[in-house]
Write a protein that binds this ligand. Sequence first.
Ligand code: PLP
Length: 257
Amino acid sequence: MKKVLTIAGSDSSGGAGIQADIKTFSAHLVYGMSVITSVTAQNTKGVLAAFDLPKEFIEMQIRAIYEDIDVDAVKIGMLSSSEIIKTVAKALTYYNAKNIVLDPVMVSKSGFKLLKDEAISTLVEDLIPICTIITPNIDEASLMAGIKIKNIEDVERACQRIYEFGAENVLIKGGHLDGEPIDVLYDGKDFTYFKGKRIISKNTHGTGCTLSSAIACNLALSYSIVDAVKRSKEYIQGAIENSFSIGYGVGPIDHFF
Ligand code: PLP
């Protein structure tokens, strides 16, 4: 059984964060583990509040796992501050963690800031260099690369810029651009383009969390980067197609469609 870890925030409503990650792990038949960085009070309408765990306790959770269990892949989600980012980067470096997938979570779809502005530079300097793949959306990629992304050429330039920060692979999710969605993967040499079809659904809570977790699962299962992204995109597409309504706001996707 492959063992996959998520280091991320908890979503009380179960659609995003740690809960989405663990559901994704189960759907991929891998063993899921979690290091919780922050606890959010949220529902389908938005995030009411977030409470960060002390960095010492985050470090302790990582230590507990890596000193006992051989982790095949790790997905990183919400890390809200510079000190938490530094703690996670240092611990994963110390334990020589492999297959690190970073979803650079910044703002929830409902507009709640999940990462402090001043921490973006820490993410770039301390965490990106140890990542196997980083999966920003257009807004996150624009902020990290310092490029206002309007078209596919801008996406390619942003991929190259973020790659230069030290990630082994960069996947920019193009869903927020006009037209049919296209995601672009860059490995420092070649671009690979993943065309999708736009699915009209109001229930898309946790899609970013789920895609990055699926990539971590597929890397743990020994697929190449290109195949891991391809399979994960097929998975997220099915999960969105089967999304459903709970509550009054943006509902979840179906991890077990
Ligand atoms: N809450 C937590 C704890 C998250 O990690 C994330 C995204 O990664 C979100 C909320 C945001 O999810 P969405 O943007 O799909 O609403």
